[in-house]
Ligand binder design. Structure first.
Ligand code: ADP
Ligand code: F6P
Length: 323
């Protein structure tokens, strides 16, 4: 192997830049050439690929987002799209690829690997929904951003004796909501994985109000059956019963655009460097992740098409602490 490419795909995550930097520098250290692909799989299809040197990836570690750009690319889901991508790589003589991204991106990477291109994944998504990595790049920073917002909302909620619904990201996975709820001291957490009965939630808020709480906090995952706005409408119709005046804040993409913290920069550097190692020793077709503090490689076949379940221990902790 002499030439490898790196791309970032799907939702951007704080720390992706540190991962790009690590891939490029680890490749050059081995005497290889490193190429950057712009805008994820779209750039592969369009041949938007150029060489990166050590200096090209300097000064980016502290920046959120991704210097390569990211994209959702429906065309790549088709075999024709992936064939175009392989042609672009062949034209440049690139014989290995590192894909930094989440669940969908790694499914795409697996498909490319099956078509004969040695490919290695780097677990990166604020959703933390990837099988094969206990933590993914960007989660820690996104969680800290959510917590900062929650702490501020609790201050104003207390001044007005209000209940706040805070909606955090997580299309299919409630990890961010669960962790933000525990660390933010939420009265209730609404997750996609567990159906919430809005009537029971009304009762919980009402109980908190009766017990004289100054505020109540409900953390809601974006992908839950009832999102924050739906719940506000529900509570507004039952204002007397709920007791609290209710407001909702949707954090949305604010959680994705932050400056990566130390944890994400270090994780990204370790994973990016390890990915080059796996390409080098002929163990492509794997996702590089973090498990029990160690960097591990999990075969794509065990990663894609699965949903990482929430930890029963953390779910129980959330239940006990909210009382
Ligand atoms: P994330 O990687 O953050 O989960 P997406 O699910 O949007 O984000 O996936 C990112 C991109 O990965 C998609 O736009 C598409 O190009 C590619 N992708 C997703 N699923 C597949 C699939 N089943 N086959 C091939 N490519 C896929
Ligand atoms: O996958 C990461 C994520 O931030 C999800 O939590 C969210 O549902 C989705 O991306 C939002 O996607 P977009 O940036 O395309 O609106």
């Amino acid at each position: 192997m002499k030439r490898i490419a790196v791309l970032t795909s799907g939702g951007d995550a704080p720390g992706m830049n540190a991962a790009i930097r690590a891939v490029v520098r680890a490749a050059i250290e081995r005497g290889w050439e490193a190429y950057g692909v712009k805008h994820g799989y779209m750039g592969l299809i369009d041949g938007n690929i150029s060489q990166l040197g050590r200096r090209d990836v300097g000064g980016i570690m502290q920046l959120g987002g991704t210097m390569l750009g990211s994209a959702r690319c429906p065309e790549f889901k088709t075999e024709e799209g992936r064939r175009k991508a392989l042609r672009s790589l062949n034209e440049k003589g690139i014989d290995g690829l590192v894909v930094i991204g989440g669940n969908g991106s790694q499914t795409g990477a697996h498909e490319l690997h099956k078509m004969g291109l040695p490919t290695v994944g780097v677990a990166s998504t604020i959703d933390n929904d990837l099988y094969g990595s206990e933590m993914t790049i960007g989660v820690d920073t996104a969680l800290n951003i959510a917590l900062e917002a929650i702490d501020r909302l609790k201050v104003t909620a207390s001044s007005h004796q209000r209940a706040f619904l805070v909606e955090v990201m997580g299309r299919d996975c409630g990890y961010l909501a669960l962790m933000a709820g525990i660390a933010g001291g939420a009265e209730a957490i609404v997750l996609p994985e567990i159906e919430t009965d809005p009537e029971a939630l009304t009762q919980e808020l009402s109980d908190s109000y009766q017990r004289g709480k100054a505020h109540a906090l409900v953390v809601v995952a974006e992908g839950a059956k009832y999102n924050a706005n739906a719940l506000v409408s529900y509570f507004e119709e039952r204002r007397q019963e709920v007791g609290f005046d209710v407001r909702a804040t949707t954090l949305g993409h604010v959680q994705r655009g932050g400056t990566p913290g130390a944890f994400d920069r270090l994780l990204a550097t370790r994973l990016g460097s390890a990915a080059v190692g796996y390409l080098s020793n002929g163990s492509a077709g794997v996702l590089c992740g973090l498990n029990k503090g160690e960097i591990t490689a999990t075969p794509y076949a065990e990663v894609t098409g699965r949903h990482k379940p929430l930890s029963p221990e953390m779910l129980e902790l959330a239940r006990v602490m909210s009382r």
